[in-house]
Design a protein around this ligand. Structure first.
Ligand code: CP3
Length: 346
């Protein structure tokens, strides 16, 4: 069926070993900074068409690993594929990012159709099978989804937003409606990730890109609790498959998140002080991060110094080297090669 599961540095780290030099992969390692990605997207016609074309999406997933030799590949897809699969509209406009219909009331809940998801995501699952079969057994394949809060936030805003005020206000002014949307997304996310694991991913990551905008009370309710539900479903269906959480911008709320959740690793954004953050995570959870994507864009001395500081803080710990957020589209590909070489030199 699918290719062999991965057994290299990434999976060993997620499984509990402190591996040195640490495994390295980059959020948004497939994307516009790579000329071969831009060519593939032009062939597909649009980003969404590329996500739903298994042969091309598999190629986009493998491209950065072929060029730079990262320790993990991340499925080429998007967190907004799940609302799309639920029957919600989705469009990616050039230079504008995602545009969705605005989720505004009870009538919109009825427009979401969980029964559509399995058939709609079939191309994504086929992509996974193709990638796992194409990757070397020491390279981990990561599946992913957006966390319920972050996906709800894009739906409520109708796209990206500076501070997601509309979504944060709905959570508080209309808790019943917001809670029903969150419950639906939690269930759909758990099932979607379970299907990705069944299709061949070695581990999954849940991106809560905007979780850190919530107050501690609301963070507990809308970031931690839904993640606990997703993790419990996955632990029951796929015991031992590592789950990575990424509650971006969580700051001092990281400790509570780590203590409450059975996660193999937690993603750390650029503002996380590694000494503090790795302490908050404790020994049971690996850290993953947190180089400034702008240091990678800058290259040279900035890249060398920032990389060295992270390696020094993480040495001896369970750690996955990554960025604090995604690769910026203007990044020269040569800087990525230089970064991987520096991490491999420990
Ligand atoms: O290489 C990888 O990381 C795998 C693929 C991946 C994409 N998006 C591809 C993508 C992953 C893991 C994501 C996650 C994602 N998508 C998040 C969570 C991480 C984060 O960045 O906070 C979010 C919030 C999204 C939603 C999204 N998708 C936005 C806001 C945008 C527009 C901004 C942008 O960078 O263009 C996208 C588009 C998107 N997703 C692109 C890619 C490669 C660019 C599409 C293109 O123009 O080719």
């Amino acid at each position: 069926m699918t290719g062999a599961a991965a057994n290299g540095p990434m999976m060993r780290t997620l499984g509990g070993e402190a591996v040195w030099p640490p495994p390295v992969w980059l959020m948004r390692q497939a994307g516009r900074y790579l000329p071969e990605y831009r060519a593939l997207r032009a062939q597909a016609g649009s980003f969404l068409a590329l996500c739903l074309d298994p042969a091309r999406a598999a190629e986009a997933t493998v491209q950065p690993v072929r060029r730079f030799g990262m320790d993990a590949a991340i499925l080429f897809s998007d967190i907004l594929i799940l609302p799309w699969a639920l029957g919600w509209g989705l469009e990616f406009r050039e230079g504008e990012g995602p545009v969705l219909p605005r989720f505004a009331g009870e009538a919109d809940l009825a427009r979401l159709e969980p029964g559509r998801v399995a058939a709609a995501v079939a191309p994504v699952l086929e992509t996974i099978a193709r990638v796992r079969a194409a990757l070397a057994p020491d390279v981990a394949l990561l599946g992913f989804a957006g966390a319920p809060f972050t996906v709800a936030a894009y739906m409520i805003e109708g796209g990206g937003a500076r501070d997601f005020a509309r979504a944060r206000a709905m959570a508080q002014a209309e808790p019943g409606l917001f809670g029903r949307l969150m419950a639906l997304l939690e269930e759909a996310t758990g099932r979607y990730l379970s299907a990705q694991i069944a299709a061949g991913v070695d581990a999954v990551m849940v991106f809560d890109s905007w979780a850190g905008l919530l107050s501690p009370r609301l963070f507990a309710r809308h970031a931690v609790t839904p993640m606990a539900g997703v993790a419990a479903l996955l632990a029951q269906r796929h015991p031992g498959v590592p789950v990575i959480g990424f509650p971006r911008l969580a700051g001092s709320m990281l400790g509570g998140y780590a203590r409450a959740l059975p996660l193999a690793a937690i993603g750390l954004d650029t503002g996380a002080d590694l000494e503090v953050a790795l302490g908050l995570l404790g020994a049971g959870t690996a850290g993953q991060g947190n180089l400034d994507p702008a240091a990678l864009l800058a290259g040279g001395r900035a890249l060398a110094e920032e990389t060295a500081a992270i390696l020094a803080a993480a040495r001896g710990r369970r750690f996955v080297f990554n960025l604090g957020h995604g690769v910026l589209p203007e990044t020269p590909p040569a800087h990525v090669g230089e970064l991987i070489a520096r991490v491999r030199a420990g």
